[in-house]
Design a protein around this ligand. Structure first.
Ligand code: TEU
Ligand code: CA
Length: 540
């Protein structure tokens, strides 16, 4: 297939965090019937596919990223019949469903793990990663992402198991061919249900080599991915998205090889680490340098051109809200939300919109007891114990907690933002009376309608999917500008990334047609106003 033939090269994907999207039965937890009731909204927005965060059976230690049965739906979200109905009803609206596959680890309540713990000769024992040892002396000093040692002692066995995430997320042993076969069978079972594709959670970590201290990019990683792709992905035009925090453009060319041997695209995070101190954790804040950010985007845009495919995103369920992070969630909230959208949606790749981003939803500042995320809770406890001042810990949490993205979707200005008739599992952002779907649907200048127009433009003009990328004004400290060119036309994107007016030396836009802009008269002023952004085209 050529570039244009894969549906996902012209698609825009909407990510749903089910627990926080829409509750239908008043238990405070979003669910599948809730999603179904909002499909019309998503159709109106114009998206092509929905990536659903995990809704499989799970004890919810990590909000569903700890799966205890891959082939069942957790009761709190609904039933398998609800899921089948969602797949069908979405299709009727031209929307495909993308399932989230968590294949690096399971829940400790998964049947495989419960069996594995029973004895070294249990047939499931080798499904996980075990090392002999003595209590109190882990095989090595590797740390888990959510804090503490990556090794957990099981007294009955006299062994440690390996976990890259929480203690309740034991790592699967991909070196065992039976594990791989079971996984491929499970994926085919989902594909047969008519889903449109899969997002692969921390896929770069499946081929870990704990004895060598290797988590991401183990030596057998791409063999496993190619095997899985051949066994489970290559029928139909499925979209497959590999989440790879530690990817480089070189690795991304493997993940998203146009020959289809691995995935459709990579989901990498280089830009999202730019406001933390070098070599430190995401909590250790540092100011963003626009020049560095431009260089990162330029690198990915140019190096994957014609030989790979990227995901375009500012937000997901693990990241803070972009308008609070790199825009302005005060007076310029709407302008800056639209500027950030313009900047991203003009690039090559497949854009992702995370629920509420299309409204310009913002971060929250909760009291410590309002947080729910295991990563945030562990960080709070660890830094308290390490003697960090409370105010500093909270500053990090306000800026980076994953719960910023996980507050309920803001549907209207009624109680609980229209998310639930009961008490939500996590508090609603108090600004829901001002920022919500109902208000923005009525306002033709809203962030919502701006996103709707951006989505349509991508469909209308082939240059969005096909054009090359040239960064302009690389050294400018306020302006992010670039052009894209293909056989059919040329696109120019100019964004003032700052809250101050900016002089812009570019003049080409004067001969081009304005496609979209975030001020009523974008393109006319001599100076760019705070967060002003526009897109211009010549050709078609
Ligand atoms: O995230 C991958 C991952 O590495 C994150 O845990 C990341 O380090 C963290 O969010 C940074 O704050 C995926 C899922 O997206 C995440 O929700 C899961 O918790 C994680 O895998 C484990 O399955
Ligand atoms: Ca519910």
């Amino acid at each position: 297939m050529t570039n244009r033939e894969h549906w996902w090269k012209n698609a825009v994907i909407y990510q749903i965090y089910p627990k926080s999207f829409q509750d239908s039965n008043g238990d405070g937890i979003g669910d599948i019937p809730g999603i179904i009731s909002r499909l019309d909204y998503l159709q109106e927005l114009g998206i092509d596919a929905i990536w659903l965060c995990p809704m499989y059976r799970s004890p919810q230690d990590d909000n569903g990223y700890d799966i205890s049965d891959y082939q069942d739906i957790d009761l709190m979200f609904g039933t398998m019949r609800d899921m089948e109905e969602l797949i069908v009803k979405a299709r009727e609206r031209g929307i495909r469903i993308i399932m989230d596959l968590v294949l690096n680890h399971t829940s400790d309540e998964h049947r495989w793990f419960r069996e594995a713990k029973k004895g070294k000769d249990n047939p499931y024992h080798d499904y996980y990663v075990w090392r002999d040892g003595v209590p109190g002396k882990a095989p090595n000093d590797m740390r888990a992402t959510f804090g503490g040692s990556a090794w957990e002692w099981v007294p009955g066995l006299g062994q440690y198991y390996f976990h890259q995430f929480s203690v309740r997320q034991p790592d699967l042993n991909w070196d065992n061919p039976r594990v791989r076969e079971e996984i491929y069978r499970m994926i085919r079972w989902w594909a047969d249900k008519g889903v449109g594709g899969f997002r692969l959670d921390v896929i770069d970590q499946i081929a870990k080599e704990p004895d060598l201290g290797i988590t991401a990019n183990g030596p057998k990683l791409h063999d496993y991915i190619r095997e899985m792709s051949a066994a489970a992905f290559q029928e139909g035009d499925l979209i497959t998205v590999g989440e790879a925090w530690g990817s480089t453009p070189e690795l991304a060319k493997l993940y998203s090889n146009p020959d289809g041997s691995e995935f459709s695209m990579v989901f990498q995070f280089e830009h999202s680490g730019l406001d933390q101190q070098e070599g430190k954790a995401k909590w250790d804040l540092a100011p963003l340098s626009l020049q560095r950010m431009k260089a990162v985007f330029e690198k990915w845009q140019t190096q994957l051109y014609d030989c790979g495919w990227n995901s375009l995103f500012w937000n997901n369920h693990d990241l803070p809200r972009i308008v609070s992070r790199w825009g302005n969630d005060g007076v310029y909230r709407e302008y800056s939300a639209k500027m950030l959208a313009t900047l991203l949606h003009g690039m090559q790749g497949t854009p992702y919109i995370y629920q509420g981003e299309e409204l310009g939803m913002t971060n929250v500042r909760f009291a410590p007891e309002q947080y729910r995320d295991i990563e945030t809770l562990n960080l709070y406890r660890e830094r308290k114990e390490a003697g960090y001042p409370e105010a500093e810990i909270m500053r990090s949490i306000y800026a980076k907690s994953r719960d910023n993205a996980r507050t309920p979707m803001q549907w209207d200005d009624s109680a609980q933002a229209g998310f639930s008739g009961g008490e939500p599992w996590i508090d609603v952002n108090p600004n829901y009376r001002a920022i919500n779907v109902a208000a923005q649907r009525q306002d033709p200048d809203s962030v919502f309608h701006y996103y709707q127009r951006l989505i349509r433009l991508r469909r209308e003009y082939p240059v969005f999917a096909e054009g090359n990328f040239r960064l302009l004004l690389a050294d400018d400290a306020q302006i992010f500008a670039y052009e894209r060119e293909s056989e059919t036309g040329k696109l120019l994107v100019i964004c003032n990334f700052s809250g101050e007016p900016a002089e812009c030396g570019l003049t080409e836009q004067k001969q081009m047609k304005l496609l979209i802009g975030n001020y009523k008269d974008t393109g006319n002023a001599r100076q760019l106003r705070p967060y002003e952004a526009g897109m211009w085209i010549c050709g078609k």
